[in-house]
Design a protein around this ligand. Structure first.
Ligand code: PXL
Length: 281
């Protein structure tokens, strides 16, 4: 679990995102890079797919050819070494397969945010890629960050309570990742995130439900914040705590952009970072 700490020698923290484009800016690679920057981390970004969307709907998705995605990653990481990387929307079977092939030898922790379907119901990962993601990519992951619907789809467990979450987390851990964070945002009542790690550690992170429709991109921003913290050298628990506090405030102070499900506030303070590890406190 402390694998991320090995990369503390990096003077300028760098993180890589492998994700899709959301031109409305609240989710996808735009969310990841903005969040990295806010945490004082230099962002690298390889684009997997393009969407046409605004805060009301996702109307089109075009997936980038897999070899083009893999070339983007290979070229950039052979030149600039990230301290951590994350994935978002991956699009096709070929992208997931190719990524799993190279991720086995990544010298940095990989956070897999298993984005499957947008809130509005558009597929961001082909259905037949779900099994490849499970059976190939999860084994390369340091951490995976499913929400409840994603954990249900990936495990077949219907989640109604903490025991179900625990069972789903164990099933996901069996695919070979080192830790599973199942996020409680889609539950009813106050959300609780649960972390299971490969030494059997079980942590609950209780939060406060905020009544708002402006939660577009929350999962992307949260996993990007964790990735940024790992790139900065924080341990996993600390990375999650800092990121939870940030996402809570980012939702509370959402700017209300657009007439649908708007983005969260990237400018919310990233507190809890040690001196010198972020451009903003
Ligand atoms: O929030 C998931 C997500 C990730 N990536 C892209 C998206 C979305 C949701 O719409 O568009 C590109």
């Amino acid at each position: 679990l402390l694998r991320a700490l090995r990369y503390r020698w990096i003077v300028t923290a760098v993180a890589l995102t492998i994700a899709g484009s959301d031109p409305s800016g609240g989710a996808g690679i735009q969310a990841d890079l903005t969040t990295f920057h806010h945490f004082g981390v230099f962002g690298l970004g390889a684009i997997t797919l393009l969407t046409v969307q605004n805060t009301q709907r996702v109307s089109r998705v075009e997936t980038v050819p897999a070899d083009f995605v893999l070339d983007q990653i290979a070229e950039v990481i052979s030149d600039i070494r990230p301290g951590a990387a994350k994935t978002g929307a991956l699009g096709s079977v070929e992208i997931v397969e190719g990524l799993a092939d190279i991720a086995e030898s990544f010298a940095f922790p990989l956070i897999v945010d298993p984005v499957l379907i947008s809130t509005q119901g558009m597929r961001l990962l082909a259905r037949d890629a779900e099994s490849v993601l499970k059976n190939r990519l999860l084994a390369c992951a340091y951490l995976i960050t499913p929400n409840i619907p994603e954990a249900e789809i990936l495990t077949g467990v219907t989640i109604c309570n903490e025991a179900d979450i625990r069972r789903a987390a164990h099933l996901l851990l069996n695919f070979g990742c080192q830790a599973v964070l199942i996020k409680g945002g889609h539950s009813s009542g106050d959300p609780v995130d649960y972390l299971l790690d490969d030494s059997g550690g079980w942590n609950a992170f209780p939060g406060k439900r905020i009544k708002t429709m402006h939660t577009h991109g929350t999962g992307c921003v949260y996993s990007a914040a964790i990735t940024a913290c790992l790139a900065l050298g924080y341990g996993l628990l600390e990375a999650i705590e800092i990121s939870r506090e940030f996402i809570q405030k980012a939702i509370e102070t959402a700017p209300g952009l657009g007439s649908g499900n708007g983005p969260v506030n990237y400018f919310a303070p990233a507190t809890g970072l040690r001196d010198g590890s972020s451009s903003r406190k």
